[in-house]
Design a protein around this ligand. Sequence first.
Ligand code: RB5
Length: 174
Amino acid sequence: MKLALASDHAGYDLKLAVIRYLESTGINFVDFGCQVGETVDYVDYGAEAIRKVVSGEFDRAILFCGTGLGMAIVANKFPGIIATPCWDEFTAAASRSHNNSNCLCLGGRVLSQEMALAIVKIWLGTEFEGGRHERRLNKIKKLEEENFKQPLPGSNGQIQWLPEKGPPEKPQIK
Ligand code: RB5
């Protein structure tokens, strides 16, 4: 399991707590920013990390902002991404077993570190149940294809993502 992490300033401290946990377990991850003291737009950092999941370089992402909502909105714009804000153990378990979430979104202004770590552990350790949930996810995938994430010409119906050339420029926002 290889995880792509990213936060804005409002999710930064919670990201550090999760990083400490991941380091203690030996789970592979890369932090795509932001760094301490920066005030940034969550869109830029969420998009950079989630592109690594879409490209297949990383298996899943954990994104942090103030509420977890902005990061989820960003991540869900990308094909094949199921980004789920979670706020307790139940939503963490259901996001995996029912929704097959591949992007966990956590809010640094709404979650205690203890709750966030409990969510991360459950989200990492819970399998997708398939069955009736697979049928529902297939319908969501169809909506994705119909509405705004079209298969590229020559892709045999498979949705593909063309990564931008090189990483996006880091904004200088104070
Ligand atoms: C930043 O102030 C805040 O808006 C952001 O972290 C996030 O909560 C947005 O959804």
